[in-house]
Design a binder for this molecule. Sequence first.
Ligand code: MN
Length: 224
Amino acid sequence: MTEPLHQLYRELGYQFDQSSLLQRALTHRSADESNNERLEFLGDAILGFVIADALYRNYRDANEGQLSRLRARLVKKESLAAIARKLGLGSYLNLGAGELRSGGHARDSILADALEALFAAVYLDSGYQSARNLILKLYHERIDGLSAAMQEKDPKTRLQEYLQSRKVALPDYTILAVSGEQHDQHFDVACQVAELDLITQGSGSSRRKAEQKAAADMLELLLE
Ligand code: MN
């Protein structure tokens, strides 16, 4: 430990009863046999559940695929590592000599795993509600940032507003293909934000529906 733990308690807004759980969560496998690997396994599942629950409640219009992609984005290594950095978690980690020398304190995978382990440690220390509260507190801005842009209005309108608010030129929608009989047509449409070099595709039974899907995917890309 290079930093006193009370500082971390303050950052987390959580005080451990069993500080041994916290110690273990902060211990990389390079440092000790008693390390955070099993906690990471559990924390990964807890985090996935809490985020899935929050997304399900917040995004009433999102389908299963969109929900999965949003969750994947929120729980991926890079996102976890960014949150861990904000907490200053790196300076509390116990690492073996090799990892210390090679800058393990700053490595995304080590930070992300330690944060997952920390969620499990809180869960074991005082239960699901505490773990959930901590996760939602740390993810608050990310989830809110998504929901402000995702909740109301149709995707094309939201995308337009999002781009305008960032002074980015509006997207171009192009029909890529139309297939099927007159009464049963299928449209493939591209949505391009040239300024950001981004392009997404959508398909549907009308041009409008296809454009809305392409716009929804573009929003997801931009909100990363
Ligand atoms: Mn992990």
